[in-house]
Write a protein that binds this ligand. Structure first.
Ligand code: ADP
Length: 544
């Protein structure tokens, strides 16, 4: 017997329509490429998304067409998120930090019809223009006064919107209609596209809202440093308006001093981003001797949050939520707010829990399997490859049957490529990406574990551990360190002693190299691939 309830399709534009009606004082604050700070409300954002949908219709964009963006976090980008999806087209966010070759591949593979770009990336388009598809039209996201001289035909965003009606007859779309497209950078092979639907996006917004309800309450001010151009800024463009929280967009300035100043003046409560960004902010907090006004919480994900970073925030009164996810999961899979029953634990034990990647969101199922595919117990020690399943997880890659086949297992679960344990209470602990794990003499060494310990040394600004081939042991760990003070680098023996306090002697890195900085990926994480390439011919002390 079927239930007798209405079956209204889940729709992205409904989120903004709801925010405009129910949270009219919710704000969207943006640091603009033009150099100033801009503010508008959710009702204004909704009206401008409608104007954009009219403009897109006028440019011939229809259902299913891909509309690309190359832009920082700002209100116009947010309008594209809603206007494009709302009218039935697909908002394709492109990461401007990708190589030119990858970007051209993505634009071609997605068959984008329009490309919206921030002023910052106009020179990039100039450089690529001869290789871009001939029918791709380009819109610069600025007003007439700031339109740059370009050697290609460019439309002006504000001119397109000017005079358009402020209401749009949003179509009733099937909830499985494609709404957003984001390619993973992929360390080998071409980038692969995760194609989100209205349904998956709304469900993700609701489950993020539920899991992070304390962060997103009405009136809260949230800073997504995590970019709109990658993994939907962890769902914040949807979850924040859904809850009546305001969005504070940092635009292009993501260094510690700029973030501090923005957070301080806008009284940001919760800031979301990858660990490398918080290193910069923590430097500025140290320099200023105080936290930004109103700063109460930081959500850290994208790569493992170093324990030293978690402790530094927590001791200064900023609560850390360590989250895990990936592009293919919309992206949030787990979140690490401390459960109420653990809030009385001593500080050190609380930090032990916060260092884990947290518990799953509603609707995300997790399983870990051994090398032979058998499920591993949730005992906190059994290690295996992590697979996920749920309504917010990709069922395959856009127009890519080979990659789809490789990613989905026989039971229909998606292989994350992460190696993990799960505790009996359901806390996920990511040991490593399978490609970063160090395989030594038939045993595994977690690069994340070593990094966590070494990062706690005051002489270490940042570090990364990579595998170096070894004739006897297969692979051995090399520790790459950026010293806090170039003239007084930390001593290898001292760092070894620190590692030995927590790990077995055979897990201590064989060698240390000092670097000026660590290479970063397009998503702001330490690029271990680049490090492995840099040290491709490296010979460990006892391997000669
Ligand atoms: P890419 O980095 O290739 O652009 P994603 O942004 O989708 O792709 O990254 C997903 C991966 O990032 C995960 O599979 C995992 O390896 C890593 N990751 C994300 N969050 C965490 C975390 N909190 N701790 C450890 N690793 C993480």
């Amino acid at each position: 017997m079927q239930g007798m309830m209405m079956n209204r399709p889940l729709s992205i534009i409904e989120i903004l329509a709801y925010a405009a009606e129910v949270f009219p004082s919710g704000e969207v604050v943006s640091v603009r490429c033009e150099g100033d700070r801009h503010r508008q409300s959710y009702p204004e954002t909704y009206a401008r998304a409608a104007q954009l949908a009219h403009a897109l219709t006028g440019l011939g964009i229809g259902h299913g067409d891909r509309v690309a963006t190359l832009a920082w976090n700002g209100y116009r980008h947010l309008e594209l998120y809603y206007g494009v999806s709302g009218m039935g087209a697909v908002c394709h966010t492109i990461n401007p930090r990708l190589s030119a070759e990858q970007m051209l591949y993505i634009i071609g593979h997605a068959e984008d019809k329009l490309l919206f770009t921030d002023l910052t990336f106009v020179p990039l388009i100039e450089a690529l223009k001869d290789h871009l598809p001939k029918n791709l039209r380009i819109v610069v996201m600025t007003d007439a006064a700031h339109m740059p001289d370009t050697s290609f035909d460019a439309l002006c965003y504000e001119d397109l919107l000017a005079g358009q009606p402020m209401a749009f007859d949003w179509p009733d779309l099937d909830e499985n209609t494609a709404a957003g497209l984001c390619y993973t950078s992929g360390t080998t092979g071409n980038p692969k596209g995760a194609l989100y639907s209205h349904r998956s996006t709304v469900l993700h917004a609701m489950s993020v809202s539920l899991a992070l309800r304390l962060s997103l309450a009405e009136g809260r001010r949230i800073l997504p440093v995590v970019p709109l151009f990658h993994v939907n800024a962890w769902g914040l463009p949807y979850a924040a308006p859904l809850n009546g929280a305001s969005l504070i967009f940092p635009g292009p300035a993501l260094d510690g001093p700029s973030l501090f100043q923005l957070m301080d003046s806008e009284r940001v409560f919760s800031a979301w981003g990858v660990p490398t960004v918080w290193l910069g902010l923590q430097g500025e907090i140290k320099a200023q001797g105080r936290n930004p006004e109103g700063f109460g919480e930081v959500v850290i994900g994208g790569s493992a949050a170093p324990r030293a970073m978690i402790e530094a925030f927590e001791t200064s009164g900023v609560s850390v939520c360590h989250a895990w996810g990936m592009t293919e999961m919309s992206p949030v899979g787990t979140q690490g707010h401390l459960p109420a029953h653990l809030s009385d634990l001593p500080f050190k034990e609380q930090m032990d829990v916060k260092q884990l990647q947290g518990r799953r969101l509603f609707g995300v199922d997790l399983k870990i399997t051994g090398e032979d595919g058998t499920r591993q117990p949730r005992d906190g020690t059994s290690v295996g490859e992590l697979f996920v399943r749920g309504n917010t997880v990709v069922s395959g890659y856009f127009n890519n049957p080979e990659a789809t086949e490789a990613a989905i297992d026989d039971e229909g679960w998606f292989g994350t490529g992460d190696i993990a344990t799960i505790t009996p209470e359901g806390f996920l602990s990511i040991q490593d990406r399978s490609k970063d794990l160090i395989k030594s003499g038939g045993e595994w060494i977690s690069s994340i574990d070593i990094e966590n310990i070494v990062m706690a040394h005051p002489g270490v600004a940042s570090c990364a551990v990579i595998a170096i081939p070894h004739p006897k042991w297969d692979e051995r760990p090399l520790l790459c360190v950026v010293p806090a003070d170039k003239d007084a680098p930390p001593d290898k023996a001292e760092l070894d002693a620190l590692v030995l306090e927590h790990m077995a002697s055979w897990q201590v890195p064989d060698a240390m190299e000092l670097l000026d900085e660590l290479p970063l990926t397009a998503t702001g994480k330490v690029s271990k691939l680049t490090l492995r390439q840099t040290f491709a011919d490296y010979v460990l002390p006892d391997a000669g």
